[in-house]
Design a protein around this ligand. Structure first.
Ligand code: HPA
Ligand code: ZN
Length: 320
């Protein structure tokens, strides 16, 4: 089953850094890697939970040093996403992860943004850039970085909240989200990936999140499912990510079919495709081999992605 043309709404650009590009950028920047070859690096891609993935994800992004590095990574993603059937992509980046290792905000923002600027003409993909904040770092730091992004007029459409979820509830980031709202930015947040259903409620009620990234643990709380269905809150589900980070045991155990059956506004996304075994098309291909989706289900997943995107009416109708 090929992926239907769709919007990708849950994608970390640093999670598109493929092993080959890690080696290329290390060489370009004179960095010596702690792996002797690609096989040795790939052998590390066995994760037990979110944190075990994040450890490698933050370590590998150290090869990103210049604007050209960020632009090359972004262009490689867009090329691959176009082949996967993606027509619109809202892309998160983690500015704090780069600042913490001495890379200037301008370097990462301008590098990614320069590739996005040519995306429609080069790849037929419209895009939006979202600054994601690391929930396992201090909220004051996130607010400072947001102010810097606003001062430099970074071309962002919104903010997100990612990194280690458990023990870092949305309630710690009320000021950040209020500042983003006041600045006219859209707001999304990871919730209910490893964290409890209550984090989804907090993200909606305390942060004003307009979309929930993952959200799969909502299925443990029937009243929450009813609310999410009634309000048609978009849930950007990432099936292969959930398998690789052991949020579910196998793809067969994934709640996506049950979520569709409950009338939730779910769509399919790749999250960190270089780490989790595939882009959006591979997510659809494996879902198709595991479940029996009707043509109607598949159409609904694609339509949900487009109607949940932060785009104007004209682009939306062009994509539907
Ligand atoms: N979850 C939380 N934080 C992240 C992820 C994820 O899947 N990928 C990059 N940062
Ligand atoms: Zn994510």
């Amino acid at each position: 089953m090929a992926g239907p043309p769709c919007a990708e709404l849950h994608l970390h650009i640093e999670g598109t850094l493929e092993p080959e590009l890690i080696f290329d950028l290390a060489e370009r920047n004179g960095i010596s890697l702690p792996y002797s070859d690609l096989d040795e690096l790939r052998a590390r891609y066995e994760f037990t939970d979110l944190q075990s993935f994040l450890d490698l994800y933050y370590r590998n992004m150290d090869v990103l040093r210049t604007e050209a590095d960020f632009a090359d990574m972004t262009r490689a993603y867009l090329r691959r996403a176009a082949a996967a059937g993606v027509r619109h992509s809202e892309i998160m980046m983690d500015p704090q992860a780069h600042l913490a290792r001495g890379v200037a905000l301008e370097t990462c923002v301008n590098g990614v943004a320069s590739a996005l600027a040519d995306s429609e003409s080069e790849f037929g993909i419209s895009t939006g850039l979202i600054a994601a904040f690391l929930r396992d770092r201090p909220a004051e730091e996130a607010l400072e970085v947001l102010e810097q992004l606003l001062d430099m007029e970074a071309p962002i459409i919104g903010i997100g909240l990612d990194s280690a979820e458990v023990g870092h509830p949305p309630s710690g980031f009320v000021d950040l989200y209020e500042r983003a709202r006041a600045a006219g930015l859209r707001r999304i947040a990871h919730a209910g990936e490893e964290g409890p259903p209550g984090y989804i409620t907090e993200a909606l009620d305390l942060l004003g999140a307009e979309r929930i990234d993952h959200g799969i643990r909502c299925m443990e709380d029937d009243a929450l499912v009813q609310r999410l269905a009634a309000e048609q809150v978009p849930l950007t589900v990432c099936p292969l990510s959930n398998v690789r980070l052991r949020a579910v045991d196998t793809l067969k155990d994934h709640p996506l079919p049950a979520m569709l059956a409950r009338g939730l506004n779910v769509c399919v996304n790749s999250d960190d495709p270089a780490y989790f075994g595939g882009y959006v098309d591979e997510n659809f291909a494996q879902l198709g081999r595991t479940f029996t989706f009707t043509a109607d289900d598949l159409a609904r997943l694609a339509v949900n992605s487009v109607r949940s995107a932060f785009i104007g009416a004209e682009r939306r109708s062009a994509l539907l």
